[in-house]
Design a protein around this ligand. Structure first.
Ligand code: SAM
Length: 352
């Protein structure tokens, strides 16, 4: 069939989505990526937003079976940065041109609401126009409101998997998918730009689980979606399982772009870890954000969510330069603007 007459990817039915999730046909896959690139370009041209990532604590009260910084991992060497060290990361980020700081950590009880508000206040005073993104896990609605009032604009909280049974297979009984979803709805209501997301290839995951992830994205309509392959970490209960597939992760990135055309979708570090050009391929499948590391070099290796994580040996400036070169090689333009979620995020109709 001539290319112009070929039907676009069918994302309107569950059967169509499942078919695209599971396809082994390289031509259909390429058509899916091309359509995702086209939708991305409609909204964002060839620009790729840069966010500076500050991993400020690897203490965590949770025990997720997949995660290298889980509470039960006695081999993890723990660290936390104080307010001055976090501010210094922001200063370095600002010098390098970043307009968004992403503060990520495990769920570390040492960072009480009061301490978080103090840190947010200090960053806000010095950088009134920057975007501040938090990624510090599940909190009460009141806590989220306090952080918002103290200057946080965005919040990343991957739902991890939208399927109940699968969620229970990845987490201890003390954790609940319903609560995690509720956090996301609370964050959205408060006014944050919200990022959900999931891992691809976690143990026991089925194509139907991934379909459920897409259905949940349609329901929540987040501004950002983080999608990365599961990668085993040797000191966790899932240390012996294989990593998620690059191709399947890319298909999920592309499908997410088609479902939420205006979303901000990072080409994740995990993608770059399972394949040397994984992040670039993420951009070619519809992603439009990268998050180079601003954490002090001394602690980079300790934020070890999974084995062989890339970019743990570079200075912040090297990370930025390296990413810029990689992006340009693939025909994209680094964009250092704040890159807020666009208004009127046009989305396909809900299937629920
Ligand atoms: N504590 C915060 C939270 O719960 O959202 C942020 C930190 S958490 C470690 C950040 C993300 O790392 C998780 O949402 C999860 O998707 C990802 N992650 C953890 N272990 C991973 C693994 N083994 N492979 C790939 N991604 C992983």
């Amino acid at each position: 069939m001539p290319k112009a007459l070929m039907p676009g990817p069918d994302i309107e039915s569950d059967a169509g989505l499942l078919d695209l999730i599971t396809t082994k046909d390289p031509q259909r896959e390429e058509a899916l990526f091309a359509e995702a690139r086209r939708r991305r370009a409609e909204h964002y041209g060839s620009g790729v937003y840069f966010r500076g990532l500050i991993e400020f604590s690897n203490y965590c009260r949770n025990d997720c079976y997949y995660c290298g910084i889980r509470r039960g991992n006695a081999r993890a060497e723990r660290y936390r940065l104080d307010t001055d060290a976090i501010l210094n990361c922001c200063r370095m980020g600002d010098l390098l041109g970043y307009k968004t700081f992403v503060l990520q950590s495990g769920e570390d009880p040492w960072f009480t609401d009061e301490r978080m508000v103090e840190i947010l206040g200090a960053i806000r005073r010095e950088f009134p126009d920057h975007a501040i993104t938090l990624s510090i896990g599940e909190k009460s609605r009141e806590s989220y409101e306090r952080f918002f009032r103290a200057g946080a604009n965005r919040y990343l909280l991957r739902h991890e998997t939208a399927d109940e049974a699968h969620y229970r297979a990845l987490h201890p009984a003390s954790m609940s998918l319903a609560e995690r979803k509720q956090c996301l709805f609370n964050l959205k209501e408060i006014g944050y730009q919200v990022g959900a997301g999931f891992m691809v290839g976690t143990p026991f995951q089925t194509p139907e689980n991934l379909l459920e992830d897409l259905r949940f994205l349609r329901e929540l309509r987040p501004h950002m979606v983080g999608i990365g392959p599961f990668i085993p970490q040797k000191d966790t209960p899932f240390g012996g399982y294989p990593p998620g597939s690059l191709e399947l992760t890319l298909r999920m990135v592309a499908l997410t772009r088609l479902i939420l055309p205006g979303a901000l979708i990072p080409a994740t570090t995990a993608l770059g870890t399972i394949s040397p050009r994984g992040r670039e391929r993420g951009l070619m499948a519809g992603a439009n954000v990268v998050m180079p590391n601003l954490s002090p070099k001394a602690v980079r290796k300790l934020y070890s969510l999974y084995d062989n994580k890339i970019c743990t040996g570079d200075e912040a400036a090297e990370c930025r330069l390296c990413m810029e070169g990689r992006i340009r090689d693939f025909g994209f333009e680094p964009d250092m603007a704040r890159g807020d979620a666009i208004d009127g995020n046009e989305q396909s109709p809900c299937l629920c």
